[in-house]
Design a protein around this ligand. Sequence first.
Ligand SMILES: Cc1cc2nc3c(=O)[nH]c(=O)nc-3n(C[C@H](O)[C@H](O)[C@H](O)COP(=O)(O)OP(=O)(O)OC[C@H]3O[C@@H](n4cnc5c(N)ncnc54)[C@H](O)[C@@H]3O)c2cc1C
Length: 457
Amino acid sequence: MPTALLWFRRDLRLSDHPALVAAVEAAGRDGTVVPVFVVDPRLWETSGRPRREFLRGCLADLREQTGGAQVIRSGDPVRVLPDLVRETGAESVHLSADAGVYGRARDAAVERALGDVPFVRTGSPYGVTPGRLTKDDGTPYRVYSPFARAWRARGLHGPAPRRDDVAWAPDVRSEDLPPAQDLDGTVLPPAGERAGLDAWALFRDQRLLGYATSRNTPGTDGTSRLSAHLKYGTVHPRTLFAEAQQLAEDHAEAVDKFVGELVWRDFYADVLWHRPETAREPFNEQMKAMQYDTGPAADEHFAAWAEGRTGYPIVDAGMRQLHGEAYVHNRVRMIVASFLCKDLHVDWRRGARYFFDHLVDGDLASNNHGWQWVAGTGTDPSPYYRVFNPTRQGQQFDPDGAYVRRWVPELRDVPDRYVHEPWTMPGGPPEGYPAPIVDHAEERQVALARYQAVRDA
Ligand SMILES: Cc1cc2nc3c(=O)[nH]c(=O)nc-3n(C[C@H](O)[C@H](O)[C@H](O)COP(=O)(O)OP(=O)(O)OC[C@H]3O[C@@H](n4cnc5c(N)ncnc54)[C@H](O)[C@@H]3O)c2cc1C
């Protein structure tokens, strides 16, 4: 009986899954498909607990949806997959292409190890597969806006049809789900394809229409909260794009904004595909000369930032949301990142690493390039002077302090006019809440001087 192996990775769903369709077609009418997930220690051990737990939930959902046929194996995929091919007699291996730095190298090694067994990549976790969209002269885009114009002009294929007629191979030995993680009180969103589609439906029907404005107010539920689902591929951006387009005629601005965010995700993946070293190094090579603080004082500042006790309410709220939900609102990600780099003068890589360890949606391309954008080392053409003022940002985007009050209980009873600058209260900040650890106006000048020095060098 013909057997095709489907290697799940960042595509933990059954709907809109081109590689699944390809595997079913390869197996033919009488054949079966082996749905395998390999727990690769190199990825598992370097993932923070929220991501491990979310992945575990996605696998549990997939196990149910495949009627228990899902096969989990641990080990190096270069060894595990050829073994499984021999064991099941699979005639081809199907997968969605991985665009990441490690994933590309791993896949090339697996392909070599499989020898003559076809290793068939169909689709990718992105709207437009990284590397496909280039400028007219064939060079990669370095700036978001022209990339977005080209992305929109190209458009996306419609979703792949869902196959509910898959004959999953029975009785292939599987390990148990990976171990549950102790999250120390962090509350994660429900994982898995069905939860992802529910989250999307809720957002599409109730929030998308107000997205253009509500996406910037961290005190409200104005965004989709789909980032972890997109990271693990429990929903595909193509599905979101197709359904959002159906609302575009009446709600052009909201849909346009939302699609624009999906394009940011594709853009950063494309940047990393062309420049893999930018996972660690500044995209703008001139910024390698930037001076950052190190040593015990910088370590103490970093600890205050990480623990949400800087004395700047919106920064502290953001870092406490990170620990409470393994998630931070986008506006606040920018504010806390700016504060670390430009008020505390700590290297963006240290903040990016911390985020990556604690976020449930931690994604190398979006995270490290999000950090680089804020740090002024990234793709944006002239950002060095952009220093977020944490007090003004709080007042503008969280005017009634709803977000700060939610995450910083010490400030719950502070009147609105002081909630973003409690040090100005008569008698100082409420008991238990710190005074600001640095003076923003002074540190802004320090940051600008350091940027200027790099530019003048
Ligand atoms: C310093 C920093 C670090 C970040 N780290 C990550 C990360 O590790 N993983 C991650 O998925 N996103 C990251 N982002 C981008 C963004 O903050 C999150 O994608 C967003 O907050 C997720 O919430 P949501 O799903 O409700 O977003 P929505 O506003 O509903 O947006 C829909 C989707 O578009 C994508 N998206 C939105 N904004 C961005 C953006 N600026 N860059 C890339 N994709 C975007 C996400 O996939 C998101 O789920 C980071 C941004 C910054 C400034």
